[in-house]
Unconditional design. Sequence first.
Length: 496
Amino acid sequence: MIKRVLIRAVLLALLLVMVVGFRCLHVFRDRHAGYTLDLNLTVTNAAPGKILAPLRAGFGRVKITPDLSQPDRPVWMAGFSQNRRATAIHDDLWAIAVVVDDGQRRLGLVALDAIGFFHDDVIEVRRQLGRKLELSYTIVCSTHNHSTPDLMGLWGRSPFRTGVDPVYRKKVIDSAAAALSGAVSNLQPARLSIHEIPTNPGGLLTDTRKPEVYDPDIRVLQFIHPTNGSTLGTVVGWANHPETVWSKNTEITADFPGYLRDALENGVSHNGTLLEAGIGGIHVYVNGAVGGLMSTTPGVTVRDPYLEQDFKSPSHEKARALGRQLAARILSQLEASNVVSIAEAPLGIRARTIELPLDNPGFLLAPALGLIDRGHVRWKTMRTEVGLITLGPVSLACIPGEIYPEIVNGGIESPAGGDYPGAPVETPPIRELMPGRVKFILGLANDEIGYIIPRTEWDRTAPYLFNGKKAPYGEINSVGPATAGLIHQTLRELTR
């Protein structure tokens, strides 16, 4: 009897190994074999027959709000924990695009109200577009919103069930392509106004992991009609997790980026009274260096600058107050009488596909369990992308995840207890490497690989950093300790 049970156990174990093995052969294939990117498109390398021309810009947007009307197709919300089923739509989610054309190059950028979008999905967007829009380069980035449908697979009904609905995933891919198509259709002459707004993080967000380093300032690209002075749209960059409504929320919402965009376009109203006028146009929010992690936690009190009311507990009103805090700063800057704009802004585009060693047991197991569905170059090796864009006196670094602010602005430490002691690897800071006067970080651009942690701050084994009693949060959602150095090295090469 015992022998028979042992034989059955061995046979079941062999069957399980075979199933997992076949599953691994499927998920660890390179589903976009042959797709690599090594762009070096600069204004000195002009396309034949094209000359530098006055700037043109166009904006487009498509709604990506999920359908909650089908009980048999639950929508699982991303971020925080599993089994968080969406119960209502509080406000809509969007794919919002801007296309910029300098007569030689044409850049497309679409920002999604989403937790993240894998590189495989970005490639699908690009392939759907093909060459019909004549885009020299396309960027797809996510706001990293924690009250949106799971697009990565980690937040389903249980830790062993994916939360991705393939129908919704296709809708987002199609909508991203449609938003870019709409932006191309809306291309028109534009002047560019560039703004960098110093911002104190106090009352807005906090850094939840030592060392305390922020990427606090707001950066804005404003595209203006050259004759009537109206605003066609803006690109707003700031660094913070859109998770203001926090973990118990089950209503779909764009969080503070949605309130910010609405305030810029339509103004701020209360009980039917207009408190501040908007500037019209369509507005793109892009997230920055949010690793570390930057968050408006329940411990942060946010004051609504128009209602003069404080909000501390997580709520939609708190998210609205945060969006209005940003909008108030931006609107006052754009309405200043001394705003200068330019008619020509040459585009430079440099991007490269890179390979990263995958040193995270959870990220290795998740594909085998059917949670994460993205291709791999080979075993324990994944592909992602890094880019550098210049637009006249502006530069934009495309980072494929949540980079720690100290890698961007400086302040990397080598505290006792780190797993890799020694001198910091990711130096000088990325912003020192980037050209131009105003320098944007586009976080979660063309991928979401998780946290990008300085090597000397990497810590999975005791003793822990800063005399901590347990391992710090971050490494569990990171590809590995080599990631930051490889991304920094690639950007350093692109800036040359």
